[in-house]
Structures are given as structure tokens and as C-alpha cells.
Design a protein around this ligand. Structure first.
Ligand code: FMN
Length: 162
């Protein structure tokens, strides 16, 4: 049966990610991103797409940094807040009481309670249509100690991810 091209969502695996960004004045913001994935393992690169109308869009354009967070299953409220409220209307991170630390390598906030956080620097971007896809070089990875294997890889099965 024929399916219209604009109905194809089969490749949207929908990772449950929250991405943090920071503007040039040092304001932090976060949004939920489903259009994301790995796009190179050597060097390690991540791609993620932001619709230009999102408030976060100008922030990432301003300083070229972002942090991708995998969430614990207990963090559904944070996820819902970041995916439904806009930084244009309120400081959702502050309102929700999210604890942030500065990135080790990038100029963006890291949500301390997330089991995995991946700091990235934007090296390129492409307007694909609805989204601007940002290619991020992985600069630093935070992960819960209990999830690490002997070879340093993260065993996602040891985390209770959303
Ligand atoms: C499940 C889910 C997936 C989403 N995926 C994306 C995405 O890939 N790219 C995007 O720009 N917005 C996506 N959004 C929408 C933004 O997270 C949402 O509009 C957010 O409020 C934008 O915040 P901001 O205006 O502060 O940037 C998604 C929302 C949900 C609930």
C-alpha cells in the first residue's frame, strides 16, 4: 500500500533526549529533541535537529555548543516541561529547579542528575527543510560510574533510561 512521502516516520526512532544550549548572555535553556543520532564514530559526532522557530535555535547559533542528555525514567516531568514550554516565555530550567553545572569543554549547561550527558561543539549544520541539523563534535562525555564497562564504554542496559 502506498504511503505519502510526508507520512514516513519509520526512521524517527525517537530517542528521549533533552538538549541544553546557552546564549551569549549566559542564559541557559533546554528542549526535547527527537531528530537526533550518531553520525560518525571516528571522530565521534552527533547530529540533532532544531526547528528554527524554537527559542533554542538562536542560542545554539550564537555560541555553537550544546549538550545532549539521556534521561532517567524518573525524569519524565523534566522531559515534558522541556518539550512543551518555551524559553521565550519563561526560564523553564529555573522554574523546574534543574541543577546545572558548566560544561567541562563547552559553553553550555550540564544537567547534573542525568545519567549520560554528551558535550558537543557545532562543526557544521544543514537546513534540511523543517529542521536545521547541527553536526556536533563530541568533546566530553559524562556518565554514571555504575554504567561503565571495563573498556570505558557505557553499558546502557545498566541505566534505567526513559
Ligand atoms: C517528543 C518530542 C520530540 C521533539 N523533537 C523535537 C526536535 O527534534 N526538534 C525540535 O526543534 N523540537 C522538537 N520538539 C519540540 C521542542 O522540544 C519544544 O517545542 C520546546 O518547547 C522548544 O523549546 P524552546 O522554544 O525553549 O527552544 C519535540 C517535542 C517533543 C515533545
Amino acid at each position: 500500500m502506498k504511503v505519502e512521502a510526508n507520512k514516513v516516520n519509520a526512521l524517527v526512532v525517537k530517542p528521549n533526549l533533552v538538549v541544553t544550549v546557552r546564549d551569549n548572555e549566559g542564559n541557559d535553556n533546554a528542549l526535547v529533541v527527537a531528530y537526533a543520532g550518531n553520525c560518525s564514530y571516528d571522530p565521534p559526532m552527533i547530529m540533532m535537529g532544531i526547528v528554527p522557530s524554537r527559542y533554542s535555535h538562536h542560542m545554539i547559533k550564537e555560541n555553537g555548543s550544546f549538550v545532549v542528555h539521556l534521561l532517567d525514567e524518573s525524569q519524565t516531568e523534566l522531559y515534558e516541561c522541556c518539550g512543551s514550554k518555551s524559553g521565550r516565555d519563561s526560564d523553564k530550567l529555573k522554574d523546574y529547579g534543574v541543577e546545572l553545572t558548566d560544561g567541562v569543554k563547552v559553553n553550555a549547561g550540564v544537567i547534573t542528575k542525568c545519567p549520560v550527558a554528551i558535550e558537543c561543539t557545532v562543526v557544521d549544520s544543514i537546513m534540511t527543510g523543517s529542521h536545521e541539523m547541527f553536526i556536533g563534535k563530541v568533546e566530553y562525555v559524562h556518565a554514571e560510574k555504575e554504567s561503565l564497562l571495563e573498556d570505558g564504554k557505557i553499558d546502557l542496559s545498566k541505566l534505567n533510561l526513559m
